[in-house]
Design a protein around this ligand. Structure first.
Ligand SMILES: Cc1ncc(COP(=O)(O)O)c(C=O)c1O
Length: 479
């Protein structure tokens, strides 16, 4: 019997997901004929209308194709067969960073709604919980507004720290509320963490490619980047990390905990443990950025490094910017040492955070809606990534490689060596399509043949057309 509830997705979506799973598992192979709509309806004991809706959705997503007078077939090429981008091999030399000015130029287009939104890793407002949060904010302001128009405790709201501590414990990361410091987004947390572990001129080891905002932070703090070989499927190369730390002084390592931007890698617990062992042996602290950890497409939310190595020198940085509301600028840092230095750094940077938004966030988390909200957005982002991969598969040159992320909402594409994503960017901007060229994700001269597409917006015809158009432009640039 169907156990559907009012919050379940419509039946036709459920049926489409089941057919997609059979295609992805290779049970239904490319070119195979699908049952007729009538047979499908009777197999699943659903109405003809529901079966037609499911088939339309499957056609829309490129899983099935209709052949005139012949019926439906599994599409010939499956996006699952696309090779992943090659593991990176950046030059093993620490170098200064200078990415800020091209990043600002891209961001000016990425924030403009007249451009197709494939650039900014910023979810659509409709996918976030900002409106609910606003209601909590209004209530907090009404009930005790005056009380919060103060210089708040520099540690941050005690109740919010308690909520964050409770959620961390669920992942096996035991950090007391006093070990949590509320920050202005993850960016301030990263700045504080780097401030207490490095000084200008020091070297920080990072993944390659890596999030350009992190490179900007290194640039602003006068730090040098040592980019490490990184595999899109498994993460940082542990032997290369060990060798790098053995041959030069590295002040800190800064890695994503899960679903790094732009590769979307899920590093397994065994590799995380191996990384922690290497860092501990060399006495190097780890700063981890767990901002995408909650957006796991599977049921199991990956554990951060801090949960795997509770006694290691790890500073965890994160925020609610990708899951609830980037505009509230609420992030946090959790560390098991250096508390006094961390507090002094926070004080020097911004005295304290805004009190009322923190209260509203604590109220929202306490209300218990966050987990249901996460379930909804995880599904939405997984769907968007899947759709984007299918359009890339049918539109981009056949030797394009792409990631297959299991969380987050960005895709990384690697085209043949001679491809120039800066040239693609110029053509795309002319057609009001924004994406991020690969060269922004490194302090080296690499990744000019790569690009990042964001799948963080509600899927619509403009997004689909824009990705397909990028594919056509990529073909033109390669001929
Ligand atoms: C990996 C990563 N870390 C940090 C940030 C910035 O986070 P926040 O907006 O909370 O400062 C981003 C934003 O794109 C990101 O992708």
């Amino acid at each position: 019997m169907d156990q559907r509830t009012s919050s379940s997705p419509p039946l036709y979506e459920d049926l489409a997901a089941r057919v997609t799973a059979l295609v992805d598992a290779g049970v239904l192979r490319p070119g195979m004929r699908a049952p007729s709509v009538r047979a499908f309806a009777s197999q699943h004991q659903v109405s003809l209308t529901t079966a037609v809706q499911a088939y339309r959705l499957l056609e829309d997503r490129g899983v099935l194709e209709a052949r005139p007078k012949s019926g439906f077939y599994v599409t010939q090429r499956s996006h699952r067969q696309r090779a992943l981008p090659t593991a990176s091999q950046p030059p093993q030399r620490a170098r200064p960073v200078a990415v800020s000015s091209p990043v600002f130029s891209v961001l000016s287009y990425a924030g403009d709604p007249s451009y197709a939104p494939l650039g900014c890793a910023l979810p659509s407002a409709s996918l976030l919980a900002a409106e609910r949060l606003d209601r909590h904010l209004a209530r907090c302001a009404r009930v005790h507004g005056r009380h919060y128009n103060i210089y708040a405790d520099p540690h941050g709201d005690a109740e919010l720290r308690g909520q964050i501590s409770e959620r961390a414990l669920r992942l096996g990361h035991a950090v007391p509320p006093d070990g949590v410091l509320i920050t202005n987004g993850c960016t301030e947390a990263l700045n504080i963490a780097l401030g207490v572990t490095t000084k200008p001129g020091d070297t920080v080891a990072i993944e390659s490619p890596t999030y350009f905002g992190l490179l900007q932070v290194l640039e602003a703090r006068g730090l040098r980047a040592l980019e490490l070989p990184t595999d899109p499927a498994s993460g940082v190369d542990v032997a290369a990390l060990d060798k790098a730390l053995g041959t030069r002084r590295v002040a800190a390592c800064l890695f994503a905990s899960s679903f790094n931007n732009p590769l979307g890698t899920r590093t397994d617990d065994a590799r995380k443990a191996a990384i922690i062992r290497v860092l501990t042996r060399h006495g190097v602290p780890l700063i981890e950025d767990d901002i995408y950890g909650d957006i796991s497409f599977g049921d199991d939310r990956p554990r951060p490094f801090a949960a795997i190595g509770p006694n290691a020198d790890i500073i965890l940085c994160s925020s609610f910017s990708k899951t609830i509301a980037p505009g509230y600028r609420i992030g946090w840092l959790a560390a098991n040492r250096r508390h006094d230095e961390i507090l002094a750094a926070k004080f020097a940077l911004s005295l304290s955070g805004a009190a009322l938004p923190q209260k509203a966030m604590a109220d929202f988390l306490k209300s218990g809606g966050y987990d249901a909200h996460l379930r909804r957005i995880r599904k939405a982002f997984a769907d968007n990534v899947d759709r984007m991969r299918r359009v890339v598969d049918r539109s981009f040159p056949t030797d394009t490689r792409m990631t297959d992320p299991k969380g987050g909402f960005v895709l990384w594409l690697e085209l043949p060596e001679q491809f120039n994503s800066d040239a693609l960017y110029v053509s795309a901007i002319r057609e009001r399509i924004c994406f991020v060229p690969g060269g922004l994700f490194t302090a080296t001269s690499g990744y000019r043949n790569c690009l990042r597409l964001s799948c963080s917006h509600d899927w619509d015809a403009r997004i689909e057309r824009s990705v397909a158009r990028l594919g056509e432009l990529a073909h033109e640039l390669l001929t």
